[in-house]
Ligand binder design. Structure first.
Ligand code: NDP
Ligand code: X2W
Length: 364
């Protein structure tokens, strides 16, 4: 059997570019179409000199006609641009949306944080997400929903780091669900490549740390709450039992997210010794190849995961403050979107989950 053909829309952007960097060496895939918007007709090598294999492709317009006819279609478009387009795509192709249009299950949440047309949610592309417990007490995972999936919604990058850090505590009832706080240090590539705001200029960014979308305004909040609801086996409609303070802070780095997620311990959490708390994280990520719970005392750093689909995690308890702290470092473009999408694609296709992916970071 020949390789599976892949079309990537948003190919000239950061998320699409990372998908192409990974797919260029994926043994089962061949990139046959790169689609863009303002760059139509240009040679792709101009936008991605770091992927010489694809340099001679020409950027085509983002239309159903150009995208259909490929086995796999990846949409890496601005929010709101993929919903209507997706409805016109071949039902037999596997379509993965890296944007937000098919992530949220409740229209209320979409209206409150995004607005515009609401589209049906697709199979959520976070294989390690805990979705409840089986009769034998083991965790069920989102991975189980992915084989054969034809429509996959890639999670938000900040969502990925926050969810992976704290879901073990949520699933086991170790922290107060109404008082979770996430502070994230994030790299600039998360904002995409277009210069939307003056603070994205190097002259403004290089010497500065800058919070944005503070005080309950960040659009990733409802997606994280949805994930926490699933982690205790509830539906998205029950997400309101969780509350999240969320503060992302831009730091002068290109890639990377370091999430520090904390919450007051519940009575159950207080009753556990530190090693028992660590055991909860170890169990939650046992057999999850791309998630590493670091040895005790070693903290995650973005520098160790850049260029990889790895998530590095640590947990610690502040007994004086009665708070639990969980940390997660990821590469926003790889684990936070394109790597996670290829991991989900592999599962959908029945391939080994790690095909074409690495958990080896570029360090230093
Ligand atoms: N950056 C990140 O870390 C992450 C991004 N994502 C998601 O991926 C998606 C893309 O983000 P990102 O790569 O950062 O953004 P970029 O701004 O870097 O890229 C946007 C891409 O979309 C194309 N485009 C812009 N407008 C349109 C349009 N109206 N119709 C068709 N194509 C269009 C652009 O083409 P051209 O250059 O030719 O104009 C470009 O290829 C977003 O939904 C984002 O939320 C998800 C997780 C992480
Ligand atoms: C630095 C920066 O602006 N980051 C973006 C992350 C984008 C992303 O990962 O998520 P979406 O796919 O939901 O856009 C943000 O915080 O909104």
């Amino acid at each position: 059997m020949g390789k599976l053909t892949v079309a990537v829309a948003g190919a000239t952007g950061y998320a699409g570019g990372e998908a192409l960097r990974i797919l260029a060496t994926h043994p089962e895939c061949e990139v046959t179409c790169v689609a863009g918007h303002s760059s139509v007709g240009e040679r792709f090598g101009q936008f991605a000199p770091h992927i010489p294999q694809l340099a001679d492709l020409t950027v085509v317009d983002t239309t159903p006609e150009n995208l259909n006819g490929h086995d796999i279609i990846i949409l890496a478009l601005p929010h709101g641009a993929s919903g209507a387009l997706a409805a016109q795509l071949d039902p037999d192709s596997i379509v993965i949306d890296l944007g937000a249009d098919h992530r949220l299950e409740c229209k209320d949440a979409w209206d409150a944080f995004y607005g515009g047309d609401f589209y049906d949610h697709w199979t959520y592309g976070m294989p390690e997400l805990i979705t409840g417990k089986a009769a034998d007490g083991s965790y069920t995972r989102q991975r189980e929903n992915l084989p054969g999936a034809k429509r996959i919604a890639g999670p938000g990058c900040n969502v990925t780091a926050t969810t992976l850090a704290m879901q073990p505590a949520v699933a086991e009832g170790l922290v107060e669900p109404g008082a979770i706080v996430a502070d994230l240090v994030v790299g600039y590539s998360g904002a995409g490549k277009s210069l939307k705001k003056p603070y994205l200029l190097a002259s403004e960014a290089l010497q500065s740390a800058l919070p944005y979308s503070v005080a309950g305004r960040h659009r990733h909040i409802p997606e994280i709450l949805q994930n926490f609801a699933h982690a205790v086996g509830l539906t998205a409609a029950d997400a309101s039992r969780f509350r999240l303070g969320f503060t992302p802070i831009l730091a002068p780095m290109s890639r990377g997210i370091l999430a520090t997620v904390s919450a007051p311990l519940t009575e159950k959490g207080e009753s556990l010794a530190d090693d028992a708390i660590r055991a909860v994280w170890t169990k939650a990520y046992e057999g999850q190849d791309f998630v590493t719970v670091l040895p005790e005392g070693m903290l995650p750093a973005t520098g160790n995961v850049i260029g990889s689909n790895a998530a590095h995690i640590q947990v610690a308890v502040d007994h004086n403050a009665h708070r639990l702290y969980a940390f997660c470092a990821i590469d926003n473009l790889n684990r936070g979107t394109a790597g996670q999408a290829v991991e989900s694609l592999n599962i959908a296709l029945g391939l080994d989950e790690s095909t074409g992916l690495t958990k080896i970071g570029v360090a230093p």
